[in-house]
Design a protein around this ligand. Structure first.
Ligand code: F0G
Length: 456
């Protein structure tokens, strides 16, 4: 058997991308005030800002789009998707929303109250923000290994059971449910082991707490279990996914990831207990229960996408692309979060720019350098995203300076990855010329999206 893992699809429809000159990119970045979020996507050659809603749909999905039933109530498309989701998750109730954060908002508004506390391995930004907005404390309890970028561990997304148990003992009265993010995006797209999911579920049950999973990358997590957890080598992905869901009482999903669609999300619930409250909030915030925040055609595309997202050949290729880029970085002495995750590679900016002071935001500087060198757009996960300017004018900094390169699904081929590896190596060679930045203007919250910068 040849060892090369190929893209398990061929291309039917193409979208040109445009190579720009260095002078053009310099001008574009200046106009964007040195913030890649403000670039026009047309001026980006390889857009690895996010894997969310950015992937390519299949010809089967585009075909299904024409089948969309746009009836306000009781659309055929709803029942079709409901059946796919019930079969995959084993949960009775499916509540459609327009994306993941809407699922979070609807669920949390229905079941949380001020003063509550919700533990997870790591809450994603919007999950944390939705909880905190309601006055709920969002607590991260990922295992210690999950916070060390260079350390290799098969399941760095695992939750620390001993520390969660301590939390359940001490703060149990404040905890309405426990959460778990699979894969753990904030911690580098790292998977959670089945054994950990099972044990966490048992622990929550012992304390009488429901278990809600954030499952936007459940299929990638299932594939990691198949490849890394003894006993699952021969289990079909669908069965692994079903077992993962079997331990939970409910889940929130951003379908823009492993749902293989450009927009969509949902809540699933096993019991009736929260259903009325959730549906009431849904009607107010999103729409009638048989479409939520989605058009009938989106429901159809998702029904097909959920099946394609658990295809094993696809998933093997998917995880291999991240691993492949990791191997190329390793060969060039570029540090990154190890092992590579499911949807992204996180470059350790300090390994490329060891001499740049933290106050010059090395990960932000590297992000800009990747764009200037090769038209690649990633996202800073460092002190611009997580640091803060305090009222007295001093700055706080983040423990890690990372650049996330997140891969849209079924979109870029191996030569795009080879090209990116070359650009990153080139940038490392020129590290001495890379300029740091200072913040010229910033909003109070979520400053990375809109801040403006000057060169140091
Ligand atoms: N949960 C996780 C783990 C996520 O990664 C995201 C989105 C959400 C929830 C929210 O879903 O975007 O559909 O509202 N992550 C994207 C990213 C934005 O770039 O990682 P959404």
């Amino acid at each position: 058997m040849p060892k090369t893992l190929i893209e398990p699809f061929r291309i039917k429809s193409v979208e040109p991308i445009r190579m720009t000159t260095r002078a053009e990119r310099e001008r574009c970045l200046e106009e964007a005030r040195l913030n890649v979020f403000k670039l026009r996507a047309e001026d980006v050659l390889i857009d690895w800002l996010t894997d969310s809603g950015t992937g390519a749909m299949s010809s089967r999905q585009w075909g299904a789009i024409m089948e969309g039933d746009e009836s306000y109530a009781g659309a055929r498309s709803f029942y079709r998707l409901e059946k796919v989701i019930q079969d995959l998750t084993g949960m009775r109730h499916f509540v459609p929303t327009h994306q993941g954060r809407a699922a979070e908002k609807v669920l949390f508004t229905a079941v949380c109250k001020k003063g509550d506390l919700v533990p997870s391995n790591c809450h994603f930004d919007t999950t944390r923000a939705n909880l905190e907005y309601l006055g709920v404390e969002a607590v991260d309890r990922v295992i210690a290994e999950g916070l060390q970028p260079a350390l290799v561990h098969p399941f760095k997304g695992n939750i620390d059971l001993a520390r969660v148990e301590a939390l359940l003992r001490k703060e149990g009265h404040r905890i309405p449910f426990g959460m778990l993010t699979v894969t753990n995006n904030t911690g580098g797209g790292q998977p959670v082991a089945m054994a950990n999911i099972r044990a966490y579920a048992a622990l929550l049950k012992k304390h009488g707490k429901p278990f809600i999973m954030d499952v936007c990358r459940f299929a990638e997590n299932a594939m990691f279990i198949k490849m890394r957890e003894p006993g699952y080598e021969n289990t079909p992905i669908r069965d692994i996914a079903r077992e993962m869901f079997s331990y939970a009482d409910g889940a929130t999903m951003s379908a823009k990831k492993d749902g293989m669609v450009n927009i969509g999300g949902f809540i699933v619930l096993r019991s009736d207990e929260w259903l009325d409250a959730v549906r009431n909030d849904l009607i107010m915030m999103e729409g009638f229960p048989t479409y939520g925040g989605m058009a009938g055609r989106d429901l159809e595309a998702l029904a097909v996408g959920l099946e394609e997202g658990i295809d094993e050949d696809y998933l093997r290729y998917r995880l291999r692309t991240a691993e492949y880029l990791g191997e190329r970085l390793e060969a060039n002495g570029v540090g990154f979060v190890k092992p590579t995750g499911g949807h992204a590679v996180y470059i350790d900016a300090r390994s490329v720019l060891p001499d740049m002071p933290i106050a010059h935001y090395p990960a932000w500087a590297l992000c800009n350098a990747l764009y200037l060198e090769g038209g690649i757009r990633g996202v800073e996960v460092g002190s611009v995203m997580f640091g803060r300017r305090l009222d007295d004018g001093t700055e706080t900094y983040h423990a890690m300076e990372l650049v996330r390169l997140a891969f849209p699904r079924r979109m870029y081929t191996q030569s795009h990855f080879d090209y990116a590896a070359e650009v990153i190596a080139e940038v490392k060679q020129k590290a001495g010329q890379i300029r740091g930045v200072k913040i010229a203007r910033q909003p109070r919250f979520l400053r990375h999206f809109t801040s403006e910068f000057d060169w140091v």
